[in-house]
Design a protein around this ligand. Structure first.
Ligand code: SAH
Length: 340
């Protein structure tokens, strides 16, 4: 049961129309917009610039905010949240503070149907897509909890964003235009869904597209990512080339490192060949152990050896350790562990 009538997710124009329908002057639309997207109002009742009588009349009007049902704080100050949506479904959101940034890792779906072998979210199954305002809500929730402006958003929480492209694009535009986060500070991460990268390219957004590659050849990729067969590496890379041409943005690649599976120097060489001709950045993500499978994280020496092969080939590379491990911050882990 989706609730279409909430106020969050509406543009300034739509909010202005809405206040006029309520018999209020147009300027109240601007106020409502500011209270929703800048001040993070959770109910109309708290919008003190509105006449008291009107606020009381509208007490029942849903805004579209979730409630925090759980929060854990890791020693590195990463905060992980479980948020309950209007229909009782629960999603994960993570707030990651660094010196100059506050990054929010948002979910785009309740669960995920992709079933990547190493990912906790996939093990829990799929329930539904999120609506754009439910994505924006996650960002507002973290901003409120940290009492700080959110500088960056990554779509790396639960779900596959490009199975929900329309609402994700809508959320990107809201985060940019209404919340005020620069497009270059927004990253959409995908394992790849046929036809969706060209669709995203056509939007001509200045966001960062991150591809969860995870393998240097097709058979290995299909072993790790069951959906990989329907969208071969060669097609993904061709779509990425078109994406770069259309948007003039670099595409980044994510590569999870699983000991003895995809982390040998030979794999690294194969990856170099695969990415030949790409102006790119590779993020190596040492596997974050989940209880459902018995992959291992490679040791430091192996991680460095893999990294060196890429560096020697002049590929920009960084190792991205999952933040907030103590807060169960790997994809889908917190929700899985809470429901045990
Ligand atoms: N579905 C999207 C976004 C969600 S996952 C995608 O696949 O890109 C975000 C990133 O976390 C992906 O690169 C994913 O492969 C990675 N990830 C998932 N499980 C992980 C684990 N156990 N350890 C480390 N990284 C993981």
């Amino acid at each position: 049961m989706l609730n279409q009538s909430v106020l969050l997710g509406k543009s300034l124009e739509e909010l202005t129309d809405w206040v006029k329908q309520q018999g209020q002057p147009a300027y109240r639309g601007k106020q409502l917009h500011q209270w929703l997207y800048q001040k993070g109002a959770r109910s109309l009742h708290e919008i003190t610039v509105f006449p008291k009588q009107w606020r009381e009349q509208l007490e029942e009007q849903p805004i579209g905010r979730s409630t925090i049902t759980h929060r854990s704080i890791a020693p590195d100050q990463t905060r992980k949240y479980l948020l309950r949506l209007h229909d009782g479904e629960v999603i994960e959101t993570v707030g990651i503070p660094t010196a100059k940034r506050l990054t929010v890792c948002v979910s785009s779906q309740v669960g995920c149907p992709m079933k990547c072998d190493f990912c906790a979210t996939g093990k829990g199954g799929f329930t539904r897509n999120l609506q754009a305002h439910e994505i924006v809500d996650q960002v507002l929730t973290v901003a409120e909890d940290f009492q700080q402006r959110v500088s960056h958003v990554v779509f790396m929480g639960m779900g596959e964003p490009l199975l929900n492209t329309e609402e994700v694009v809508k959320a990107v535009k809201l985060l940019n235009q209404d919340v005020g986060i620069g497009q270059r500070s927004l990253t959409v991460s995908t394992v790849g869904v046929p036809q969706q990268i060209p669709k995203l390219a056509a939007e001509k957004l200045q966001i960062t597209l991150a591809i969860s590659l995870h393998a240097s050849n097709q058979p290995l990729r299909e072993q790790l990512i069951p959906s990989g067969g329907g969208y071969p590496l060669s097609d993904i890379l061709a779509d990425c080339r078109d994406y770069v041409e259309q948007t003039h943005r670099r595409v980044t690649f994510e590569y999870i490192l699983l000991a003895g599976v995809n982390d040998t120097p030979d794999h690294a060489q194969e990856l170099v060949q695969l990415l030949r001709g790409f102006q790119t950045h590779v993020n190596l993500i040492p596997y974050n152990p989940i209880s459902e499978v018995d992959y291992q994280r490679p040791n430091e020496k192996r991680i460095q050896a893999f990294q060196s092969v890429l560096e020697e080939a002049k590929i920009a590379v960084s190792v991205r350790y999952s933040r907030g491990l103590e807060a169960d911050a790997a994809c889908g882990q917190l929700r899985a562990n809470q429901s045990k």
